[in-house]
Write a protein that binds this ligand. Structure first.
Ligand code: ATP
Ligand code: MG
Length: 430
């Protein structure tokens, strides 16, 4: 019987894994340039971290979370998103005592029991950033700028231009209740046209009906009262500032008055970055927003925060849509013919790696030259180093340039210097 990965869980194999690593490395560097510190939090948390953080009446908590009892009969959950865990960690590790404003960055897997499809998995990965401890609209703009900078780094010009930043404000505890009351009333009057989920949502969490993808509900919501008409002066001013600052960053946006998010904790700014060049079901590449009550609600100081998450699988889909993943860098390839040469070649391979070259070493020292060269070719090696019986006796190595079909013998003593010279030249050739 052959094993298969769990449904909705996927292996990342090369060449995608190579691109994936690059994505992680570069986005970390970019986050560093914005002054973020790295944080790694566990994939498992006590369930309450998420029910308290994300909200009981959200799709994520009600339907999508992997929750089970561990051997001590405690309810634990695989994290469906990063923010709640990061905030739990910031509070538990007393980060706010070190610095009132925390800029935290993390990359990792999230788990949601959704119906798997292209760009929608049960284990997926996010690039995640949170600014905790400030209500400043500069932080909102900065979080969005970080997301767009990372996306711009990996997308060609056309794909980047095909991204649309949608932004909205969800108000605050001062102005949101007025909207919520009117919305609930509106939904009650239109309840016969709502799906079963939304019938329930209209009582537990009416704002979430805006997020329903069913046609009937969408139609009802076209005439629903919009939060933008209810924003208090503080929220309106905040939104205005965020939009101004985005312009300072030269970031284009559209306001979407029906944009709400799948998590309860958002207040004020909420945003999504959507690609218009990819199917609607996986078009949201990144999303985030401000959460003013969440940190105190989770037992921390009464400060606010703002964050974003980029879906790595979605970004990968977009990058590889019609592009080849670039080849790995050139390798040098050692070919020992027989066992006597190995003691000379292994130390040289070590030395070349220490000098920063990419080096592979043939495992098949008992195989013929022809078969090992074929292997070197398959590995796309540019320079091949061969040592057989004759070369062992003469203390020399054959250097073969697979591209130019040139070949030369060098003494063991001169080998490293000769490679430095050759590598320098062939770097110039490209
Ligand atoms: P969607 O509306 O597509 O379900 P969401 O609003 O649930 O997305 P968020 O919770 O905001 O998503 O997560 C941020 C990002 O993480 C999304 O924009 C997306 O890129 C990615 N993401 C979310 N769920 C999945 C999933 N099941 N598989 C792959 N990526 C996902
Ligand atoms: Mg979702």
């Amino acid at each position: 019987m052959a094993f298969q990965a769990v449904r909705g869980f996927k292996d990342v194999i090369y060449p995608e894994s190579r691109l994936w690593d690059l994505l992680e490395e570069r986005s970390k560097e970019i986050a560093l340039s914005f002054g973020f510190e790295g944080i790694k939090t566990p994939v498992l948390e006590n369930t309450e971290v998420f029910t308290r953080g994300i909200g009981q009446h959200t799709d994520i908590v009600e339907k999508e979370m992997y929750t089970f009892l561990d051997k001590n009969n405690e309810s634990i959950s695989l994290r469906p998103e990063a923010t709640a865990g990061v905030i739990r960690a910031a509070i538990e590790n007393k980060l706010f005592a070190r610095k009132p404003v925390q800029k935290l960055f993390t990359i990792g897997q999230m788990f949601r029991h959704e119906r798997p499809q292209k760009g929608r998995l049960r284990q997926f990965h996010q690039i995640n950033a949170e600014v905790l401890g400030t209500a400043s609209p500069i932080a909102d703009a900065e979080i969005i700028a970080l997301a767009t900078t990372i996306l711009q780094e990996f997308l060609d010009e056309n794909k980047f231009k095909a991204l649309r930043l949608e932004i909205n404000s969800l108000g605050c505890p001062e102005c949101r209740p007025n909207h919520k009351a009117d919305l609930a009333l509106y939904l009650t009057n239109n309840v016969e046209n709502l799906c079963d989920d939304c019938k329930r949502r209209s009582e537990t969490n009416p704002l979430r009906v805006f997020d329903c993808k069913k046609e009937g509900c969408k139609k009802v919501m076209q005439r629903a009262p919009l939060i933008k008409h209810y924003l208090c002066p503080g929220c309106a001013e905040h939104l205005g500032s965020v939009l101004d600052f985005l312009e300072c960053y030269d970031i284009k946006f559209v306001q979407n008055p029906t944009l709400v998010r799948g998590l309860d904790y958002y207040t004020k700014t909420t945003f999504e970055i959507v690609s218009t060049s990819i199917g609607a079901a996986q078009s949201t590449i990144a999303a985030g927003g401000r959460y003013d009550g969440l940190i105190s609600q989770m037992g921390g100081p009464d400060v606010s925060g703002v964050g974003m998450a980029i879906g790595i699988e979605r970004l990968m889909l977009l990058i590889t849509q019609d592009e080849e993943i670039p080849e790995n860098k050139d390798f040098m390839f050692f070919v020992p013919l027989g066992s006597d040469s190995i003691e000379y070649l292994l130390p040289l391979s070590k030395k070349l790696r220490e000098e920063g070259y990419n080096v592979k070493f043939s495992f098949d020292f008992k195989a013929s030259l022809k078969s090992q060269l074929k292997n070197a070719d398959r590995e796309k090696a540019r320079l091949v180093f061969i040592m057989g019986e004759n070369e062992v006796n003469n203390k020399e190595i054959i250097i073969k340039d697979m591209l130019n079909h040139a070949q030369e013998n060098v003494s063991l003593d001169n080998f490293i210097q000769r490679i430095r010279d050759l590598a320098e030249n062939y770097n110039e050739e490209y």
